[in-house]
Design a protein around this ligand. Structure first.
Ligand code: AMP
Ligand code: ZN
Length: 112
């Protein structure tokens, strides 16, 4: 499997783990855009949010819950942002579904 995030999940590419359970793995973004910048990815390969079938609805909810749980554990009581870049115009660069959890600074709107 050549997918970067699958290789991270398999431990073939090193990462800094933050949280993991039966369904997802969360690790530090290698190029952080905020003091806290964590990626939450499903253990199973799903190319993007657009490729998540109806049967994956519970998994999608789990990913959101995990991100919120990590934010609580990281003490992001003042707020945070979750981003799911999807497809080329969405700015997605790694084709394995992932949630960006960013916090620790004031976010601006709209994003670029
Ligand atoms: P996106 O542009 O939404 O697809 O986000 C991909 C993210 O993956 C970027 O923020 C990258 O910095 C991050 N990234 C790429 N390769 C690695 C890696 N080996 N370890 C950690 N984060 C990575
Ligand atoms: Zn993958």
């Amino acid at each position: 499997m050549s997918c970067t995030f699958c290789r991270i999940i398999e431990g073939k590419i090193p990462s800094t783990p933050v949280y993991q359970d039966d369904f997802c793995y969360a690790f530090a973004d290698i190029n952080p855009k905020a003091p806290v910048h964590i990626l939450v990815v499903p253990r199973e390969h799903i190319g993007s949010l657009d490729e998540a079938a109806a049967e994956k609805r519970a998994l999608l909810g789990h990913l959101l819950w995990a991100a919120a749980e990590i934010a609580r554990k990281k003490g992001l009581a003042n707020g945070y942002r979750i981003v799911v870049n999807t497809g080329e115009e969405g700015g997605q660069t790694v084709d394995h579904l992932h949630l960006h959890l960013m916090g620790g600074r004031q976010m601006t709107w709209p994003p670029g």
